[in-house]
Design a binder for this molecule. Structure first.
Ligand SMILES: Nc1ncnc2c1ncn2[C@@H]1O[C@H](COP(=O)(O)OP(=O)(O)OP(=O)(O)O)[C@@H](O)[C@H]1O
Ligand SMILES: [Mg+2]
Length: 665
């Protein structure tokens, strides 16, 4: 801003307003129409000027330029000696806010708020302290005979009362210069006289009054009459009988001005209040607008919760696989051209060499077969595994009856077997303690020494067929007649990363075999696969949800554009009383963000409700796990949608031309 308020006021010796060679043209299609031609005017402080002329002669156009609502196409306009020609929108708004008070033929009050709040609006933008603001608004209304109407909304007031409210609004920030465009045009003669009387009183207090009128009788009451015809000033004369006043209106703003920051907060609050009012006025529409956001946010939050829940469930299941194991199996990897059907190349010595590594806790060699197993008259196909003495610790399984294998079982190739609960149910349905019973595995007898605890993971053992375990040495010599094992599982020290251990074991095996004729995988990779699969699923569904958020955002934008169109007149009024472009922008952005945040909160609530339902139905086995991150992300996301999709409509609103906005209903 090139000047301050006080600078303007002290310049008493220069004329209040000076217009030189002012031209205003409008573009109408291809043509430009010149509405004001070479206007030269000087208006002094304290004058009461009536502008008269036929309809279409340019009175309102001239008024709008004088009131800095509009700018001239050419020519010069100075207020207090300062040219306004090159001021930007916000500097013009400041001039309007601090020096002008507008009174319109059709009042232009804001319909949703009380008389007091209507009167207060200019002071909000000027940064007047809240307390002082409502006191002053009430005093102004009381002075105009509306003491008992401060809480009425405009539609609860008569025309004359509404016009008095708009006069109070014009005076709110001081209103050194009152611009009244047909102030009595919509009023009956009694109310019209009242308004004229108020204008006379204000003039007597030192306010400069510029009034547009059709009515010669009203013009005759003014000190000075300027007559326009087809955009030219054709007469400019003084009424002799008029008493010129020398008083100057009191200065209002400087006494009650707040700090820039708290004034900003005030305006934010005003914008917030107006957004809430607007949303309340269109509840159904607001709800429908929010629906897209609600669905989007609810699906993001619940999908992430579902993903986390199923991931957690799978991970608890596979944790019974043994925490950190590496399995080496014989033969080249699948798909390797060197791979053959029967790749017997893994020996117990390989397993022993791995077991000797410092980072390996224990190793269990393994070879498997399907056999017919018989106990008395029960005969059933069963899977039979030869395992090492450390099988239980490596596999994470436990016994409920009997004992496991020891070093001697392996060395002496004992014909001891351990059975799982499936085998126990199959072969010994009526025997509580099967320890010591003898099964025939093919033709080889085996004595039961232990029973495994039921395993609910569904990962490590076949669910369908009964499973028997015997020392791998016994399996090699008695059952398979083979010098090779098929695989071994190494339990790795928890302090060692499984990938490091995997590559170390891989190196060791390659150095022993001279080639990579084995397959290796670690339990962590299973975990990672599961994690990455569920993460991929979550990402996929989330991206669908995000699409619905974007669609919701477009819905918000659409409604905001409608809202701006609907409230164009309100925007014009706010601009006329001195709202900055940023104030208007803020108001609509806040509305958009509010719609989205509210939608987001409802969406989060909906997600919780869905999750609660799933938890009820799923019982103990499955829980939706809400991640705070996804909820915060959803919240931030909905705010961002508000900002992004509210921006365009809000900017459209802020860029509106005040005169054009005012003329729309
Ligand atoms: N935005 C615009 N675009 C094109 N022409 C315009 C625009 N605004 C005003 N005009 C034209 O300028 C001329 C003067 O308009 P203005 O509103 O100043 O008249 P007025 O003297 O106030 O008339 P009234 O007494 O009916 O209010 C009119 O011919 C009008 O059509
Ligand atoms: Mg007019």
């Amino acid at each position: 801003m090139s000047h301050k308020t006080s600078d303007l006021k002290t310049a008493a010796d220069v004329p209040l307003m000076q217009v030189k060679g002012l031209i205003r043209e409008f573009k109408a299609g291809e043509q430009t129409i010149r509405v004001l031609h070479d206007i030269d005017l000087t208006i002094n402080q304290g004058e009461m000027v009536a502008i008269i002329g036929q309809s279409g002669s340019g009175k309102s156009t001239l008024m709008n330029i004088l009131g800095c609502l509009d700018q001239a196409t050419a020519g010069e306009y100075k207020i207090y000696g300062q040219s306004v020609n090159r001021l930007d929108a916000d500097e013009l708004a400041k001039l309007r806010r601090e020096h002008f008070g507008f009174i319109f033929q059709r009042y232009h009050l804001l319909g949703d708020i009380s008389a007091r709040d209507n009167v207060s609006v200019p002071a909000v933008y000027a940064g007047m302290d809240g307390q002082a603001r409502s006191e002053r608004a009430e005093k102004l209304l009381a002075d105009l005979g509306l003491a008992d109407k401060v809480n009425n909304r405009p539609n609860q007031l008569s025309g004359g009362q509404q016009q008095r409210v708009s006069i109070a609004r014009a005076l709110m920030n001081g209103g050194d210069i009152i611009l009244a465009d047909e102030p009595t045009g919509a009023l009956d003669s009694k109310s019209g006289e009242d308004v004229m009387q108020i204008l006379h009183d204000l003039n007597a207090q030192g306010h400069t009054i510029i009034m547009v009128t059709h009515d010669p009788n009203l013009a005759a009451q003014a000190e000075r009459v300027i007559e326009l015809k087809d955009g030219y000033v054709i007469a400019d004369y003084k009424n002799d009988n008029y008493q010129q006043v020398q008083a100057r209106p009191e200065s209002i703003l400087d006494n009650h001005r707040k700090s820039a920051f708290s004034s900003f907060i005030d305006r934010l609050f005003e914008a917030f209040k107006m957004s809430l009012l607007a949303m309340r006025a269109h509840k159904m529409r607001t709800l429908l607008t929010m629906l897209g956001i609600i669905i989007g946010i609810a699906s993001v939050v619940s999908v992430v919760g579902l993903g986390k829940g199923s991931q957690a469930q799978i991970l608890t299941n596979i944790s019974s696989l043994g925490t950190n194991t590496i399995t080496v199996s014989d033969g080249y990897p699948y798909g390797d051209p060197r791979r053959q059907y029967n790749d017997d190349n893994l020996t117990p010595q390989d397993a022993q060499a791995v077991a000797d590594q410092p980072y390996v806790i224990s190793v269990s060699p393994q070879l498997d077969s399907n056999m017919n197993v018989r106990y008395r008259n029960v005969q059933e196909a069963a899977s039979v595994s030869g395992v090492g003495e450390d099988y239980l610790s490596v596999s994470g399984e436990s016994l409920i009856q009997g004992q496991g294998f020891d070093e001697q079982s392996i060395l002496r190739r004992t014909q001891d077997i351990i059975i799982d609960d499936n085998a126990k149910n199959t072969f010994f349905p009526d025997i509580a303690n099967p320890i010591g019973e003898v099964l025939l595995i093919g033709s080889v007898p085996g004595r039961v020494i232990g029973v495994l605890a039921p395993n609910n993971s569904g990962f490590s053992r076949s669910v369908d067929s009964p499973t028997l375990y015997m020392p791998y040495t016994t399996m090699m010599s008695r059952i398979k007649g083979s010098a090779y094992i098929e695989s071994f599982v190494a339990l790795i020290d928890d302090n060692i990363s499984s990938s490091a251990a995997e590559s170390a074991i891989s190196q060791l095996m390659i150095s022993r075999h001279g080639t990579d004729d084995f397959r290796i995988r670690n339990s962590d990779s299973i975990r990672q696969t599961i994690e990455s699969t569920t993460t991929a699923m979550t990402l996929l569904i989330s991206s669908i949800a995000i699409i619905s958020l974007v669609v919701g955002g477009i819905g918000v934008m659409n409604i905001m554009l409608v809202s701006v169109t609907e409230r164009t007149n309100e925007i014009g009024v706010r601009m006329a009383v001195g709202a900055r472009q940023s104030d208007i922008m803020q108001q609509f952005l806040i509305e958009a963000v509010l719609v989205c945040i509210l939608g987001g909160l409802l969406g989060i609530g909906l997600a919780f409700a869905i999750g609660e339902l799933i938890n009820r139905v799923g019982g103990d086995s499955f829980k939706v796990i809400y991640s705070p991150t996804s909820i915060i992300a959803a919240f931030v996301c909905s705010t961002l949608i508000g900002v992004v999709f509210g921006f365009l409509p809000a900017r459209n609103a802020a860029k509106l031309d005040p005169v054009e906005a005012l003329s729309r209903d």
